[in-house]
Design a binder for this molecule. Structure first.
Ligand code: G6P
Length: 359
């Protein structure tokens, strides 16, 4: 079962491998209509000038994709943005002129549907971002966008995450590009980064396939894992920790790296595995040094640092507003490899379901 490349015996392995193709499909379909607001207008969304805030909601991996999307509205458009756990949305105070982006690959997650049912009237517009445009979620929304991932069989989401981030980014950039609110330099950098995404994802697949398998062999007895990030990288740390829990049943926590010293550092002991999602923030070097000083084993993912003769040279912080999306690939690969070594069913983790229709 420990297949390395080619077609796998499990759906999850194939779905991880498919991500560059999915990214290409999303961009072929949506990127040509980003400029001039064509995509945004086609969805019938109100002009960005009429939106005062954005609230993204979802559960699990879809919530993580939502957090990445929230970064696009915040960093490119400087729009106040929140990402909400759908099951907690009832405790929120809602304001008018809010764009609510409801994220769910299945479109049937009860917590998401209930959150939408609980919105007060006059809250604003609901955009559904889903892999199922015939879903209950789609029927409740003012506008619907298909994330074009194609069928995903593995319970733990992989390619739908990548598809949701990219679809959401295309929609947001489309609205922002004609709004006068966009930071033009950030917008241009994002458009270039979008085009480069399929290659970045396949590069990560090639670079990490064997390494993830070797790491899993090394770390098979580890009882717990930390995932750290900063800024736009943090949500990928969160997704890495979630994937590891879902698939391997090992304890995994994610934290903003700056929080290490406020508690999680006490967990670090000789050999404790600590994944660091590198978005180019130079402060990560200090965080890594703190972990290594306690004997922790740091696994750095991300392409923004070059190690030359033991020195870490930071590349310019030109990452896109949705963060270092390709870093999800090594984290998915590692979780799957570890789970296979532990004889877990990677397509159907215990206690979980693909579509959770009870709130
Ligand atoms: C379940 C799955 C998660 C998934 C979440 C949200 O809990 O186990 O992997 O991320 O549902 O699913 P959705 O269909 O709303 O994206």
């Amino acid at each position: 079962l420990l297949s390395r490349g080619g077609r796998h015996d499990d759906h999850m392995g194939n779905e991880i491998d498919e991500q560059p193709v999915v990214a290409r499909r999303v961009l072929d379909a949506l990127a040509p209509s980003i400029r001039d607001g064509a995509l945004w207008n086609r969805l019938g969304l109100p002009p960005v000038e009429e939106i005062d805030r954005v609230a993204v909601l979802g559960c699990g991996t879809s919530l993580h994709a939502g957090r990445a999307l929230a970064g696009v509205f915040a960093r490119v458009g400087r729009i106040p943005t929140r990402a909400l756990t759908a099951s907690e949305a009832a405790h929120e105070v809602w304001e008018p002129r809010t764009l609510v982006v409801a994220m769910s690959q299945s479109g049937e997650t009860a917590d998401v549907l209930r959150a939408l049912d609980g919105l007060p009237s006059g809250h604003g517009t609901v955009l559904a971002l889903t892999n199922n445009t015939a879903s209950s979620l789609a029927r409740r929304a003012d506008a619907v966008i298909d994330c074009l991932a194609g069928p995903e069989i593995g319970v733990a989401a992989t390619k739908t995450f990548v598809a949701q981030v990219l679809t959401g980014a295309c929609v947001a950039l489309s609205g922002l590009s004609v709004s006068g609110r966009a930071d033009a330099a950030v917008l241009d950098a994002d458009l270039s980064a979008l085009a480069a995404t399929p290659d970045a994802l396949s590069g990560a697949l090639h670079a990490w396939r064997d390494r993830a398998a070797d790491l899993a062999a090394d770390l098979v007895t580890a009882s717990g894992f930390l995932f750290l990030g900063r800024g736009a990288g943090l949500v990928y740390a969160a997704e890495g920790a979630l994937k590891l829990k879902e698939l391997s049943y090992r304890w995994a926590e994610h934290h903003a790296a700056g929080e290490l010293k406020h508690g999680p550092l006490a967990l670090v002991d000789a050999g404790t595995p600590v994944f660091v999602v590198d978005d180019g923030d130079p402060r990560l070097d200090v965080d890594i040094a703190e972990v290594e000083a306690r004997g922790g084993r740091v696994i750095r993912v991300g392409e923004r640092a070059l190690r030359v003769g033991g020195l870490s040279l930071q590349l310019p912080r030109t990452g896109p507003s949705w963060g270092p999306l390709e870093t999800v690939v090594p984290l998915q690969l590692f979780s799957r490899e570890l789970a296979l070594r532990l004889q877990r069913n990677v397509d159907k983790p215990r206690n979980l379901a693909k579509s959770v229709t009870v709130a």
